[in-house]
Design a protein around this ligand. Sequence first.
Ligand code: NAD
Ligand code: IPM
Ligand code: MN
Length: 347
Amino acid sequence: MQIAVIAGDGIGKDVTVEAVKVLQQVSSVFDAPIVLEHLPWGADHFLRTGETLPAGGYDLLRSFDAVFVGALGDPRVPDNRHARDILLGTRFELDLYVNYRPVRLLADRLCPLKHRGRADVNFVVFRENTEGVYVGIGGRFKAGTPDEVAIQEEINTYKGVHRIIRYAFAYAATHNLTKVCMADKSNAMQQGHALWQRVFHEVAAEFPGIAATHQYIDALAMFLVRDPGQYEVIVTNNLFGDIVTDIGGALQGGLGMAASGNLHPGRTSLFEPVHGSAPPLAGRNVANPMGAILSVALMLETLGPTAEAKAIEAAVEATVRAGETTADIGGSLGTREVGDRIAAALM
Ligand code: NAD
Ligand code: IPM
Ligand code: MN
């Protein structure tokens, strides 16, 4: 198995060291060789060379079985140009249309909600990952003047909406789940989100055994806090999915716990924690590496070695149960020490 590793910026570097440590340990415990190639792309590389990713960079990524990313974002690059090319660019160029973000609470005490626990926080979010407002179509007129006009278009295509909604239903069907909730803002966005409505009803009709419900995104955000137990599968657009999965991170104990996969079934996919580069925490051995480590588990689950993936998940759960965690979820260990405990728990 050949994996490209882009540690990126800030705490992306800190958590990637631990994710790689756990990946190497699992590979040795299961005697399944893994070849890693570290790519230096990120803010430092951009500031030194002026290059976000090299010519042929996306083709290079396609030559691996999977890509692991720490995080991208650095205050020295105020327009985040490198992150747009490396992260969003890869999502678009590799057509990684499924952003798979499971939200699973690993211990009741991590839940920020009163009287809620593991039974209430266990669902997956499928975020459309190649369209919406992220495509960067638009422009500015009279920029820098009091008359400035800024246009940022939202793109919704039948193909794009259909494939993510269908993926969500198919996932539910193959995982013995019976509920899919689609969230949009079709009461205000009468063109693009009318398409989501139409496609949702069309696809739901193919899956009569699955209860298909709809919530407007504002109501869904509220219900995620009041009653997250009602959800099994949520499917939504790119921007709304970005926002609700940060709420999902909070429900798991914090952003440091949340994992994700950017998928195109059958092709090279990209795995990363949901969190960003958290510049104030960078290099201080305080960032929680569990989201990154659980993203390695998602990567293995997707590539096939499910026993390895389950072993990593079990090791993370055991480490959480033992309270051997970073401070954001109540422990007193550093990033490296948590990585060591999880790697040791794999044996
Ligand atoms: P962030 O996720 O970096 O941090 C938000 C908050 O969560 C902070 O309070 C931080 O301390 C906390 N946090 C995040 N990860 C944590 C961890 N592993 N352990 C403990 N606490 C953690 O979001 P932000 O501050 O809005 O963004 C910082 C930079 O990261 C920006 O440049 C942004 O664009 C970028 N970003 C990148 C990605 C990515 O690469 N996938 C995702 C989100 C944000
Ligand atoms: C995420 C991040 C990215 C996004 C940023 C860094 C562009 O927030 O992966 O959730 O909005 O998709
Ligand atoms: Mn985000």
